[in-house]
Design a protein around this ligand. Structure first.
Ligand code: NAI
Ligand code: MG
Length: 479
């Protein structure tokens, strides 16, 4: 017998305490929703109900915005170094309770515990530390320019990195003196609710951070509220366009972080084994639910066969299954809706004529799962080559020359990220110069740093999050 399987190593669910039902967090406390409407949030790996969360209606949003408006009076006058102290405290508490947050994130959203524990949570804490550091240095951030906060900020976040997206948005907004009304995604609200508990614990002044749970209708109430001065949105391109239209003609700031269809370009002179690792990480990280995922493999034609062989062999070693198992590489698909979308696009890819490779593995009976997949023999006009699949599905295209690689890479509505694999530094610079993408990784992929700005070109959105530039998303510079 040749059994090289890992033994199970399951992280305990017992360390998290999930309430049966949650209200909203408004004016410094948890409150019963006026809507009296609830939906369940489930664990996508088991379909077990975890809790009930409220669907905020117009009145709930009105209440939260009024609270943020009131909170602004105090917060905007709070000494910046005092604001920093709250953010430092939040960062430290997040670190202290990171195991709890990680388990909750994996339970509610389906991502592997090794990613929520080793990627999401350290990044979340770093973002709070990073922006805490800026809070009392804003006057040197932009060379003496005059600036002021927007005021009440509405933030709408997606389900792929729930707490991380919260930290990208909340930390800079509070550091710059704004107050916040946040709406998490309906399938993954639990870590935001735990974060609200931390705000209570650190004694953040009432009304500075408000949380209204709900679905698209709740988000829409927030976007259309007359007292909101800025909207920060991460999610689908369709909803991003709707929000932009809704805000037309109003003096409301907007940043949009939308979809992507990133090219991961592998030149034939690349270190192929390293490139295989980077390509695998680029698309199978977080089940491919990543806006900057390297979802289009662009491989130079003369190494295609060799590279695909190596890639398929490596893919076959991916462990798919229980997100709470520390050996799991690929967890559950976030929702039934998302699984349906992935299946539909993959079926269309096969019907169009793409060759589909899927790894051999047993999928759990309950929950939402999709096998890590690779398409070859793909034409540039297939939907799988142009549309964001947002799942563990990689599409291969080939090129002959660097010029052709750049042309194919840029042949998309999106422009969020890209990857380049070659041993030649000059080729990296030549290629990066010509790619229309907000973030370009060379001989690596999916690397993040709170000090580094992130954001898109074209239909991937506008505005930057992270780094010094991320401060500007929450400040009006007036000179
Ligand atoms: P979505 O854009 O509907 O959801 C993102 C957030 O927007 C959620 O909090 C949602 O409740 C809220 N929302 C939905 N409709 C709204 C509206 N009319 N006004 C204000 N807020 C609204 O994304 P969805 O439907 O969950 O996913 C669909 C596709 O979007 C995915 O397959 C993927 O391609 C893309 N997506 C991209 C993300 C990214 O990080 N760029 C994140 C999530 C989804
Ligand atoms: Mg859930």
């Amino acid at each position: 017998m040749n059994n090289w399987e890992y033994s199970e190593s399951i992280e305990s669910e017992k360390i998290v305490n999930i309430e049966k039902k949650y209200g909203n967090f408004i004016d410094g406390k948890f409150v019963t929703p006026k809507s009296k409407q609830y939906i369940d949030t489930i664990s996508p790996s088991t379909e077990k109900i975890l809790s009930s969360i409220s669907i905020g209606n117009q009145q709930d949003v009105d209440y939260a915005v009024a609270s943020a408006k009131e909170g602004l009076k105090k917060w905007s006058k709070t000494n910046p170094s005092e604001r920093a102290k709250y953010l430092f405290k939040l960062a430290r508490l997040i670190q202290e309770r990171s195991r709890e947050f990680a388990v909750l994130e994996s339970l509610d959203g389906g991502k592997p515990i090794k990613e929520s524990r080793d990627f999401d949570l350290p990044q979340v804490a770093q973002n709070f530390f990073y922006y805490a550091g800026w809070a009392d240095k804003l006057d040197i951030a932009w060379g003496g320019e005059e600036y002021k906060p927007y005021g009440v900020v509405g933030q709408i976040i997606p389900w792929n990195f729930p707490l991380l997206m919260l930290s990208w948005k909340v930390a800079p907004a509070l550091a710059t003196g704004n107050t916040v009304v946040l709406k998490p995604a309906e399938t993954t609200p639990l870590t935001a609710l735990l974060f609200a508990e931390l705000c209570e614990e650190v004694g953040l002044p009432d009304g500075v951070f408000n949380l209204v749970t709900g679905d698209g209708s709740t988000g829409s109430h927030l976007v259309n509220h007359k007292d909101i001065k800025k909207i920060a949105f991460t999610g689908s391109t369709g909803v991003g366009k709707y929000i932009q239209k809704s805000l037309a003609g109003r003096d409301v700031g907007l940043t949009l972080e939308l979809g992507g269809k990133a090219a991961n370009i592998v030149y034939s002179d690349a270190a192929l084994d390293e490139a295989v690792e980077g390509v695998v990480n680029g698309i199978f990280f977080n089940q491919g639910h990543v806006c900057c995922a390297g979802s289009r493999l662009l491989v130079q034609e003369d190494i295609e066969e060799k590279f695909i062989k190596k890639l398929e062999k490596r893919m076959q070693t991916l462990n798919v299954g229980n997100p709470l198992d520390k050996n799991t590489d690929v967890g559950a698909i976030n929702s039934k809706d998302q699984l349906d979308k992935i299946e539909k696009l993959v079926n269309e890819g096969v019907a169009d004529g793409g060759d589909l490779f899927q790894i051999e593995c047993e999928l759990p009976k309950n929950g939402f799962w999709f096998k890590p997949s690779l398409f070859t023999s793909v034409q540039a006009n297939y939907k799988i080559a142009t549309e964001e699949i947002f799942g563990p599905v990689l599409t291969t295209l080939t090129f002959r020359t660097p010029e052709e690689a750049v042309e194919i890479a840029n042949n998309t509505e999106y422009g969020l990220s890209a990857g380049i694999w070659t041993e030649k530094g000059s080729k990296i610079l030549w290629t990066a110069d010509r790619l229309e993408a907000g973030v370009i990784w060379a001989n690596t992929f999916n690397k993040f740093d709170p000090a580094s700005p992130f954001g898109g070109y074209k239909e991937s959105g506008f505005g930057r999050e992270g780094g010094r530039h991320g401060l500007l998303s929450y400040l009006k510079v007036s000179s």
